[in-house]
Design a binder for this molecule. Structure first.
Ligand SMILES: C[S@@+](CC[C@H](N)C(=O)[O-])C[C@H]1O[C@@H](n2cnc3c(N)ncnc32)[C@H](O)[C@@H]1O
Length: 234
């Protein structure tokens, strides 16, 4: 039987480059990687700690695996936080860090929404390093579920029968057993199409300037999303 790919082989060099660039440009000494686990098993945190001489790091996820836990225990400068990073108590546990990594997570955030997540972490950081599938399908940011079932599935990289997506439109208002909130508000599904304009405007409004931006082009076959990378700093 073929082996599954190792988590390190799934790391995206574009995100690694982004961390390297922020480290050298802005001299960051500490970071928190919010939503670090799925598929990559905290890989961006672990390789950043190996490569750079960071003083402190925090890895946060609602679904921490045994692999991540075992690795994290061996690294005294790394703090592992389990929970929803939209919860102010989780933000308090993260505490002050030079930089916040948001890699492929901003588009999943509802209640608090993506922009409120930025508000929550802004007081405790000077840098946001963001890699996100950005919306190019219309001039305004959209809540993807509002597009209706057919357009929703035309715009997300998941099939109707896949994991949390199966029958989602029939139970949007049911309470999810684990997250104790309506299915429409869980972070395991694609939630937002965020435009560059809205992201940059939001960060500017809370005191962060765009230092770096790169368009890495289409996200798979999706015509309305592109991978965009950003570094914002005070
Ligand atoms: C799409 S994966 C991205 C993983 C990694 N950052 C990357 O770039 O490959 C999203 C991860 O973030 C976690 N996540 C998303 N929203 C979260 C939230 N509000 N609180 C805690 N974990 C969250 C998920 O559990 C999952 O592990």
């Amino acid at each position: 039987m073929p082996h599954p790919p190792s988590p390190n082989s799934l790391l995206n060099p574009e995100k690694i480059e982004l961390i390297d660039l922020a480290e050298s440009l802005l001299k960051i000494r500490s970071f928190a990687d919010l939503g670090a686990v799925w598929r990559v098993e905290g890989g961006y945190t672990f390789q950043a700690l190996e490569k750079h001489d960071f003083d402190r790091a925090v890895l946060v996820d609602s679904n921490v695996t045994a692999t991540v836990e075992t690795k994290a225990i061996r690294i005294p400068r790394l703090k592992l936080v389990r929970g929803n990073f939209g919860d102010p108590e989780v933000a308090r546990k993260v505490g002050p860090v030079d930089a916040i990594f948001l890699f492929d997570v901003l588009l999943h955030q509802v209640a608090p929404d993506w922009d409120q997540i930025l508000d929550l972490y802004a007081p405790n950081t000077n840098v946001f390093i963001i890699y996100n599938q950005q919306w190019i399908g219309s001039p305004d940011t959209v809540r993807l579920l509002d597009l209706g079932e057919d357009e929703y599935f035309n715009n997300v990289p998941h099939e109707r029968d896949h994991g949390p997506y199966s029958d989602i439109f029939t139970r949007l208002d049911d309470i999810h057993p684990v997250h104790q909130r309506p299915w429409r508000d869980i972070h395991h599904i694609w939630q937002w199409g965020i435009t560059d304009y809205d992201l940059i405007t939001k960060l500017r409004s809370i005191g962060f300037r765009l230092h770096f931006m790169r368009n890495y082009g289409p996200f798979g076959p999706l015509r309305n999303f592109e991978n965009h990378a950003f570094i914002f700093a005070r």
